[in-house]
Write a protein that binds this ligand. Structure first.
Ligand code: EPU
Length: 337
């Protein structure tokens, strides 16, 4: 295990923010991870996965442990399904492609999401009508204090919209080391009810889509709408889609008849934050190297050398404008450090 000091994290976060870690260690095995955890006080630890859902606003005065655990394994297989375990450091999209190639269904709508396997359960990643929880079977995690390994079942994870137990009750207490998925081998559930997928499939001339087609359609949509972090630093959706009461929605609808919405319960409505920001006139707005993406107002971008604080202060402006116009508070979806 090599320990680096005063190490730049620019290549390790998809926003491409150039902050320094006091110490940086990449671990490739559970034993290495245990050794580092034993040697480091928990308040001096910073666990890093794919770095795709974070905004770093300052140097990290801690030991950054980069989880580079690799590998996948089928743990059970029947006529109907496979249980497949992927280690935390596997790249999410590469894993999805691997499952699609084998015709194992369930993850196709989650194609091309940046990040790694180990961080996916923390925020229950989701896209195009599907969430991680729909195929999640179990995950293993290491208790940072006791170094005990524990399995979390689907119920124990308490998944919600961009939420789980790892953001709440056990926040900062565990490192997720692997995730097991239950994927279908036949009778695939093709989910194209999310409008954009149907349109993309139509453009591709496909009537009876397979999971491979759905994956291709999702990749096409994401490539058209979302900036590639390798080219333009970003962390996907910067804000969560806010949930408001049906009553508030009815009032707003009078003033903004075009406001899109998804009914999520009898008296709650989810509003696309991208639409709010766009309608507030901020799409494409730029301050120095910090900006709001031209095609998707929900994505904040780093045009090159923006600092995390510059992006964070742009985010605050977005929140203020949206609040002034709609009386809705936007909450960050990315983790800010
Ligand atoms: N919209 C605008 N202007 C914009 C952006 C969006 O008017 O600049 C409108 C769209 O026209 C559409 C609505 O807002 O009517 C919703 O937009 P979209 O379908 O792009 O989805 P989203 O709500 O912006 C969510 C997720 C994405 C996920 C997509 C597809 C959140 C915070 N974001 O975005 O997740 O890929 O749905 O399922 O829930 C991510 O978490 O990083 C992410 C990209």
């Amino acid at each position: 295990m090599k320990v680096f000091e005063n190490f730049s994290l620019k290549a390790y976060n998809t926003f491409g923010i150039d902050v320094k870690a006091r110490k940086f260690i990449s671990v490739t095995s559970i034993d290495d991870l245990k050794t580092v955890l034993k040697q480091t006080y928990s308040d001096q630890l910073f666990i890093l996965g794919g770095g795709s859902n974070m905004l770093l606003t300052k140097d990290i005065d801690a030991t950054v442990v980069h989880l580079d655990l690799k590998g996948t394994e089928i743990t059970r297989e029947t006529e109907e399904y496979v249980l497949i375990r992927a280690e935390a450091g596997e790249n999410w999209h590469q894993f999805v492609l691997h499952t699609i190639e084998n015709n194992w269904g369930g993850l196709e709508n989650l194609s091309l999401i940046p990040g790694n396997i180990g961080t996916a359960p923390i925020q229950n990643i989701g896209a195009y009508g599907v969430e991680l929880k729909d195929t999640f079977y179990t995950c293993t995690a290491l208790n940072i204090q006791t170094l005990e390994e524990r399995k979390f079942s689907l119920e124990e994870c308490g998944f919600g919209y961009r939420n789980s137990i790892f953001k709440n009750d056990v926040k900062g207490k565990y490192v997720i080391t692997s995730v097991t998925f239950k994927l279908k081998k036949k009778d695939h559930l093709i989910q194209t009810n999310y409008g954009a997928i149907d349109t993309a499939l139509e453009e591709m001339g496909i009537d009876n889509p397979t999971i491979q087609d759905v994956s291709k359609a999702v990749i096409k949509i994401r490539q058209e709408k979302l900036p590639d972090p390798k080219i333009l630093g970003n962390s996907g959706s910067f804000f969560k889609n806010p949930v408001i009461s049906a009553q508030e929605f009815d009032t707003l609808k009078l003033k903004f008849p075009k406001m899109p919405s998804y009914q999520i319960s009898d008296n709650e409505v989810k509003i696309p934050a991208g639409w709010l920001i766009d309608t507030a006139g901020l799409k494409g707005f730029r301050e120095g190297d910090a900006g709001i993406h031209i095609n998707q107002a929900l994505v904040l971008v780093n045009y090159g050398n923006a600092t995390g604080s510059e992006i964070w202060s742009l985010a605050a402006k977005v929140q203020e404008k949206v609040y002034d116009l709609f009386n809705i508070k936007l909450e960050a979806e990315v983790n800010v450090f």
